[in-house]
Write a protein that binds this ligand. Structure first.
Ligand code: GDP
Length: 396
């Protein structure tokens, strides 16, 4: 694979150079504006474009014409390049979403959520506080659950259950682990889905939709040998579609880009022969009503079999609640929790299905495609949450 950067006055000029240098198969990975020259404070500086292009080398191309066979090193190499671009895009997305937040006056709902949260915390304090004289073993568990940002309602119910049934508990006793697993298990709803037909990925910006789609695509195509295709409607971010195109070309998976819901429908009609079509969408802010309506229009047109709502485990519970409430209008069928590797708080594993009643289908735990993803399983997840809660309770 050959990657080259060009500094040009306009993108058309770059296209010409790329074609001459790298040939017709080159793909543009990113385009960004840079200012060069000028005097103090950039006065008189000229605007240029830095265009990054990539092309597979001939040997690789020949190999990829044969039935699917990719090297993981190729994906890693590509990931390094993409990661740099992603960081820039993420920064841009954060700035944009902050601007939207500032100009949006849907803060009333936020305030209501905060009040609800406070009431719930107060309830928790009453239950776990001095008034009811909570036994020390149970109190340690309750404190640890709070540290893990587990919904206070769930914690209060568990506290009541433990008090009623055991009076107090010895947190160092092995048995307690099984008691907690038994109690919390029904809260952690999961579902292993069959990945067939049209599967759309929705969610806020930067949560890992594209990466997760690539992980699932790689698994389906390379391990399960399914015939799959990708459709992207993420044309909002410069180079987002190009990134996915590059992933797809390495994995030898057909990909189409749609700029409107109508175009998406047209492409989908032409893709009926595939076992599964994975559909990427642009990250949408739950605080922007127009973006949410656009997303709903896309989902209504695509008529997907599955709608995966992708939620980052690093988000605050207050924000997760907001995301779940707003994205509900789009009709999610399952949740994918991402970035388990970046958080110590186990809360979302309980809170998300408890608040939304949606099952968790996958959990992702790193940036590597395709390794860092696993199928969600209620027993395994409950065991993990209980272990972490007990760890904190025992060592604090
Ligand atoms: P999108 O905007 O929702 O499509 O998000 P991307 O797929 O572009 O991912 C945003 C960033 O999150 C990238 O740097 C990804 O490598 C990273 N990412 C995605 N999933 C995970 C994960 O499970 N763990 C970690 N640590 N990073 C992730």
């Amino acid at each position: 694979m050959k990657v080259k950067k060009y500094l040009v006055r306009d993108v058309a000029e770059a296209m010409k150079m790329i074609k001459e240098d790298l040939g017709d198969n080159a793909v543009i990975l990113s385009t960004r504006k840079v200012k060069k020259g000028g005097w103090f404070f950039g006065l008189g500086a000229k605007t240029f474009f830095e265009v990054t292009a990539v092309v597979e080398d001939e040997n690789h191309k020949k190999q990829s014409e044969k039935p699917k066979r990719i090297g993981r090193e190729d994906i890693y190499k590509l990931q390094e390049i993409l990661e740099k671009n992603r960081q820039e895009r993420l920064q841009k997305a954060i700035t944009e979403s902050k601007a939207i937040q500032a100009s949006n006056n849907s803060n009333v709902t936020d305030e209501m959520e905060k009040i609800k949260e406070m009431i719930s915390e107060l309830k928790m304090m009453v239950i776990s506080g001095k008034t009811t004289n909570i036994p020390p073993g149970i109190e340690k568990i309750a404190k640890s659950m709070q540290i893990h940002e587990i919904d206070n309602e769930v914690t209060s119910k568990l506290v009541e259950f433990l008090r009623m049934n055991y009076g107090d508990i010895d947190i160092n006793n092995e048995e307690i682990e099984y008691k907690l697993i038994d109690y919390l298990r029904p809260y952690i709803k999961t579902e292993e889905v069959s990945l067939e037909g049209r599967i759309i990925f929705v969610g806020p910006t930067g949560v890992g939709k594209t990466t997760t789609l690539a992980k699932i695509a790689a698994r389906l195509a390379l391990e399960e040998k399914k015939r799959i295709a990708i459709l992207t409607l993420d044309t909002y971010r410069i180079a987002a579609a190009e990134q996915l195109k590059t992933y797809a070309s390495i994995m030898n998976i057909p990909i189409r880009v749609a700029y409107t819901p109508q175009e998406a429908r047209m492409h989908l009609n032409a893709m009926i022969d595939y076992d599964a079509i994975l559909i990427d969408t642009a990250g949408r802010s739950q605080k922007n009503d127009l973006q949410m309506r656009e997303l709903k229009a896309i989902v209504d047109t695509v008529i997907p079999e599955k709608v995966f709502l992708v939620v980052s485990m690093t988000a605050r519970f207050l924000d997760i609640k907001d995301i779940l409430r707003k994205f509900k209008e789009v009709g999610p069928t399952h949740v994918i929790l991402t970035k388990l590797d970046e958080t110590n708080a186990m809360g979302p594993i309980i809170n998300v299905p408890y608040t939304s009643n949606l099952p968790i289908s996958f959990i992702t735990n790193g940036q590597r495609v395709p390794e860092d993803i696993f199928v969600a399983n209620t027993f395994e997840l409950t065991k993990m949450v209980v272990k972490e809660v007990l760890n904190y309770a025992r060592t604090s």
